[in-house]
Design a protein around this ligand. Structure first.
Ligand code: HEM
Length: 187
């Protein structure tokens, strides 16, 4: 980290900074006549990028992250995600923006809390919510609409466990698209 970065207090986000690898991923994704289960492995890299000031009154600290997910069955990337984790110390709010190359993006909001040795992040977004919401292309809105998103990450010193649920309206039904994994900090 540069000198500038070490001066900044990233609050609860500090524990995320670094590169994480995990090989116990379980994805449940929609299919027209059912669902597919995809065991996966992945790398998530969180980089501290400094702070920003909004309207001369709000200061956010931010991490940029990149998540690359590969199917175990063929070692091909089948999920590529990027975005920011931000923390507003004054309101103690955690924000998570993400975008995926299906033409879907969202801004989720929530909190971080301590649970024993762990820092637990819980954020969510809902289509139409006035605070934390989802944007998507017209095609996705009409054919594979993301209606809600919930994400929990629990971090101890060297282990990161996450579970996320993306609610979809697809193939004429509501589908719970879920992903979870356990990652270790790369040394
Ligand atoms: C580790 C994380 C994730 C993995 C491994 C994953 C994987 C998948 C897979 C395999 C499909 C089915 C694609 C197909 O049948 O062609 C799918 C569909 C979809 N995913 Fe994800 N996904 C992840 C996270 C997310 C997130 C965070 C969002 C949005 C917030 C999202 C939105 C969608 C949408 C909208 C579809 C429907 C498109 C379709 O099935 O044709 N996914 N995902």
């Amino acid at each position: 980290m540069s000198e500038v970065e070490t001066e900044i207090d990233y609050g609860p986000l500090t524990v995320l900074i670094g590169v994480w690898d995990g090989g116990q991923g379980e994805d449940i994704a929609p299919e027209e006549d059912g669902e597919e289960h995809n065991p996966y492995y992945e790398t998530i890299a969180f980089e501290a990028i400094g702070d920003v000031t909004n309207a001369e009154s709000q200061t956010l600290v931010a991490l940029h992250y990149r998540q690359i997910v590969k199917r175990k069955s063929d070692d091909k990337v089948f999920h590529d995600e990027t975005g920011y984790w931000m923390w507003d110390a004054e309101s103690d709010t955690v924000m998570h923006s993400l975008t995926i190359p299906r033409a879907v993006a969202l801004l989720a909001g929530g909190k971080a809390r301590r649970e024993g040795d762990a820092t637990v992040f819980e954020v969510s977004a809902r289509l139409g919510d006035s605070d934390w919401t989802i944007v998507q292309s017209p095609f996705m809105r009409d054919r594979a609409k993301t209606t809600a998103f919930a994400h929990t990450i629990s971090v101890t010193a060297d282990e990161l466990i996450y579970a996320e649920t993306t609610m979809l309206d697809i193939y004429g039904r509501s589908f719970e698209h879920t992903d979870k994994n356990i990652l270790s900090r790369r040394t």
